[in-house]
Write a protein that binds this ligand. Structure first.
Ligand code: F6R
Length: 385
């Protein structure tokens, strides 16, 4: 049911405020602004029995596991992999635990080193992705504790894992992942806070601030969805560009890659996602007046560096589409298109800044006459490698 939307993808983009609220709902306490992960099931119960667990005892088990690990590996494919990359920033900053993020098809064939006391976490919307499934099986065989973040309950990967967390986004029909991505980022925020608190890296006050920021996301998202109309109009101009270079620093770097992937898969246009600091090391040569530069530049500790990258790109003739915080006069002045995001903590900014990128790809694809719900050559669930 598209409920009046032209495509499932657009409907799912609009469902993100609700999807994020459902993703965090089981884990956050809105009175104490604290996190306790709900019924993860590390004790070894079947997925169907998770709801019957004693939540207090289950949380104690999860905490015990969190205290015993020394590193985390996050394994996934595609958009779920980009969510995993953001997980690295969150876990390392909030919990001070080293994190490696890997593409499942690389991890499984590399004969990776998995030291004892490693938590291997997989992220998969469908829970059926062949490479991710093979990776979690391999990690288990090598003695790791595994935790899956899935959207589809009781999917193959979900059943394979020791511990279970859910995106809770409801069915995602559009081939391009949207609400599952932002829901995953919400769950990753909860895990990072839980890890940080349990391991003594976060104090109660910071935990409360972080919980408030993630709880604020659904209503902040409602405002950001207004870019729907903006891109509906801008699409006809945007489709004339020869290519798109997406850039950002920190958590905006995976967002740049996710934005580029969305454009490739929906609008079949060439796009690349880069860490902004890498621009001088090659991609700068690509830039001329037919190249669009999509810069995710929130007002954070990396802002000044990002701005200097932006000025360099502009000096080479690149046309700027920038995503910043609030009414940023400077960004507005140097950009062809300026998209203002609400002020957000760095841990939640990515959940907002990805929305204009989803909408931009959606409207570009529509204006080019492509089937956004079913892009050519792609399948929703990649059950063969
Ligand atoms: C992109 C997209 C894919 C999936 C990837 C992993 O929009 O949807 O890149 O993210 O195939 O799928 P899951 O998360 O089901 O393992």
């Amino acid at each position: 049911e598209k409920q009046g939307f032209a495509h499932y993808m657009l409907k799912e983009i609009y469902e993100q405020p609700r999807a994020v609220a459902s993703a965090i709902e089981p884990h956050v306490n809105p009175e104490t602004f604290s996190v306790a992960l709900k019924n993860v099931g590390f004790g070894g119960v079947s997925v169907q029995k998770l709801d019957e667990l004693d939540s207090k005892a289950d949380w104690a088990k999860t905490q015990e596991m969190f205290k015993g690990i020394e590193r985390v590996f996050i394994i996934a494919c595609g958009t779920s992999f980009y969510a995993g990359l953001i997980g690295k920033y969150l876990f390392e900053q909030l919990a001070r635990i080293p994190v490696e993020v890997d593409i499942a098809s690389e991890f499984r064939y590399r004969n990776p080193v998995i030291p004892p006391k490693t938590l291997v976490m997989t992220i998969s919307q469908s829970g059926e992705t062949a490479d991710t499934l093979a990776a979690i099986r391999m990690a288990k065989e090598m003695g790791a504790t595994t935790l899956s973040v899935c959207n589809v309950r009781n999917s193959t990967i979900d059943r394979e894992a020791h511990g279970h967390l859910y995106m809770n986004s409801g069915p995602e029909i559009g081939v391009a992942s949207t609400k599952a991505f932002t829901s995953t980022l919400a769950v990753l925020n909860c895990i990072a806070i839980a890890l940080g608190r349990t391991r003594g890296a976060l104090d109660e006050k910071t935990e409360a601030e972080l919980v408030k920021s993630i709880m604020a996301v659904p209503s902040q998202m409602e405002g950001v969805l207004a870019f729907d109309k903006y891109f509906e109009e801008a699409a006809s101009g945007l489709k004339l560009f020869r290519g798109f270079l997406y850039m950002g620093r920190g958590t905006s770097y995976p967002i740049a890659m996710e934005g580029a992937l969305k454009l490739k898969e929906l609008a079949y246009m060439h796009a690349e996602g880069y860490a902004a600091g890498e621009m001088k090391h090659g991609p700068l040569a690509l830039i001329d007046e037919r190249m669009a530069i999509v810069m995710v530049a929130p007002t954070d500790h990396l802002y000044e560096k990002t701005i200097s990258n932006l000025e360099e790109a502009r000096a080479r003739g690149g046309k700027i589409i920038s995503i910043g915080t609030g009414d940023n006069e400077k960004l507005r002045a140097i950009s062809e298109y300026y998209l203002a995001m609400p002020k957000a903590h760095w841990t939640t900014h990515a959940l907002l800044s990805v929305i204009p990128l989803q909408l931009m790809s959606y409207h570009l694809a529509c204006s080019l006459g492509y089937d956004v719900d079913q892009p050519r050559n792609l399948a929703k669930s990649v059950t063969v490698e």
